[in-house]
Design a protein around this ligand. Structure first.
Ligand SMILES: C[S@@+](CC[C@H](N)C(=O)[O-])C[C@H]1O[C@@H](n2cnc3c(N)ncnc32)[C@H](O)[C@@H]1O
Length: 256
């Protein structure tokens, strides 16, 4: 796979969201996703680990015993390896390239399956949740943030324009589809909570940052055209966040 997350895109996203982060909110959002659950001393699978910021956070701040980060792209995994090595956490974080599809782990391997804004790339939510349920130990937790579409109708023109601008392989599904997939996998839903309002506000701040001359200055090696393209994505994203049609969401579920 040549990679949807090019080195330039990784650099732009890390400039917006912080070193190691390819999604919004950073440590505070991870804390929100974990709210009410203690992962200290637990084994964690992180689906779509990206550049590894999440994995460092799960170990350093939240005391996970061991995090296995999986991703389908070499570029993000190379970046994650740099960050994990720089932090000296190779003994606590393993990074594995996987192919899309079944998870390459035996049944009942992990205490927790975590994911931050990556399942959006996996179109078949039912197949994914069946795999999550299979690799979780009994009593284990699925704790995730993801980018959903707020409804099951055809996307509005504004939403179509946003998804096309992203150019990523977004396989967005509604909260109802996630709930059905989680329940069909035999897990108990604990939380499905929209973050649209929070992210609409964040995204307006992020857009102002992307449009600033300081931002372009810090990314000197990256062309103005690529930065302008990203600003255009944010301009298309903010209206659909404001209506809630683009619906970042926190999810929690337990395996009985
Ligand atoms: C928006 S990034 C989020 C990365 C990281 N979780 C974070 O919050 O910084 C989405 C990630 O999902 C990965 N991804 C896409 N399809 C995947 C799949 N089928 N299995 C695992 N990861 C996948 C992408 O390569 C990318 O690194």
């Amino acid at each position: 796979m040549s990679g949807l997350y090019s080195d330039d895109l990784i650099a732009v996203l890390e400039e917006i969201w912080g070193i190691g982060w390819l999604s919004p909110g950073g440590p505070a959002e991870v804390k929100n996703v974990l709210e009410g659950h203690d992962i200290k001393g637990k084994t964690v699978l992180d689906i779509g680990c990206g550049a590894g910021g999440v994995d460092l956070e799960l170990v350093r701040t939240h005391g996970a015993a061991y995090v296995t980060g999986i991703d389908v792209e070499d570029g993000v995994l190379a970046r994650a390896r740099q960050h994990v090595t720089a932090a000296g956490l190779q003994e606590r974080i393993g990074l594995i390239k996987v192919a899309p599809g079944p998870l390459p782990f035996p049944p009942e391997t992990f205490d927790v399956v975590f994911s931050k804004d990556s399942i959006v790339h996996i179109p078949d939510k039912h197949a994914l949740m069946a795999e999550v349920a299979r690799v979780l130990k009994p009593g284990g937790l699925f704790l995730a943030s993801d980018w959903l579409i707020g409804h099951d109708r055809a996307p509005s023109d504004a939403m179509k324009a946003y998804i096309a601008a992203e150019g990523l392989d977004f396989g967005m599904a509604s909260p109802a589809r996630y709930k059905a997939a989680i329940e069909a996998a035999g897990l108990t839903v604990l939380k499905i909570e929209s973050r649209s309002a929070w992210y609409a506000e964040e995204a307006r701040r992020e857009l102002a940052e992307i449009e600033s001359t300081a931002f372009a200055g810090r990314l000197g090696q990256i062309g103005a055209e690529f930065i302008a393209h990203n600003a255009e994505i944010w301009r298309k994203m903010i209206p659909v966040l404001e209506t809630g049609e683009h619906c970042p969401t926190h999810l929690a579920a337990r395996k009985p």
